[in-house]
Write a protein of this length. Structure first.
Length: 189
């Protein structure tokens, strides 16, 4: 309920499925229609099922527009993206909001930001003065995204006996490699 399942193909014709939930931020609440070109951003550190075609839970979805450029990333203290491709020069004209549209006046460093801009320099990193920044709110810094400690570990559709998985202090899920590798038929030494 409240979740959409979108099937798509990339530029090379490879299929994928995008899960859009109530937690997914869709830029400008644009309707996603058949034939639209979209960009879906997801957290590659979250667990995902191994299935073909791949299936991704989208955090942000952007329906492409020729009028603007959009980047979703975490920006550091210098407002440089984590991939070092874009540096933000925030001006008084830059509109900064939360995803619900309310004004945001807090720090932008180390936050997930949807950045909307038109032009940028050709430097490395490219620099831009964005027209709008949307801050994607965290669920809480001191709380792991998932409590995986009570979840069963499944390999090849079978529950295996294994130590519990856990989420470390950086929010990364750690799984018992030996148990999983041996269940896949590998010898671990």
């Amino acid at each position: 309920e409240g979740t959409k399942f979108v099937s798509l193909e990339n530029e090379e014709g490879e299929p994928a499925n995008i899960i859009i939930s109530d937690d997914t931020y869709i830029l400008d609440d644009t309707e996603i229609i058949e034939g639209a070109t979209i960009t879906a951003y997801y957290d590659a550190t979250k667990p995902m099922i191994m299935i073909y075609p791949p299936q991704y839970s989208a955090e942000v979805v952007v329906v492409e527009s020729e009028d603007e450029n959009v980047k979703f990333d975490i920006f550091n203290e210098d407002l440089v993206s984590s991939d070092n491709f874009l540096k933000l020069n925030v001006s008084d004209e830059t509109k900064i909001t939360l995803q619900d549209g309310t004004d945001y006046e807090g720090e932008l460093a180390n936050k997930k930001l949807v950045v909307i801009y038109d032009i940028s320099t050709k430097s490395i990193p490219a620099q831009t003065t964005p027209s709008k920044i949307i801050v994607i709110a965290d669920k809480g810094d001191d709380m792991p995204l998932y409590d995986v400690s009570s979840m069963e570990i499944v390999v090849n559709n079978e529950i295996i006996e294994a130590p519990a998985a856990y989420t470390n202090d950086q929010g990364i899920i750690m799984v018992p490699l030996r148990a999983i590798a041996e269940a896949l038929g590998y010898e671990v030494t």
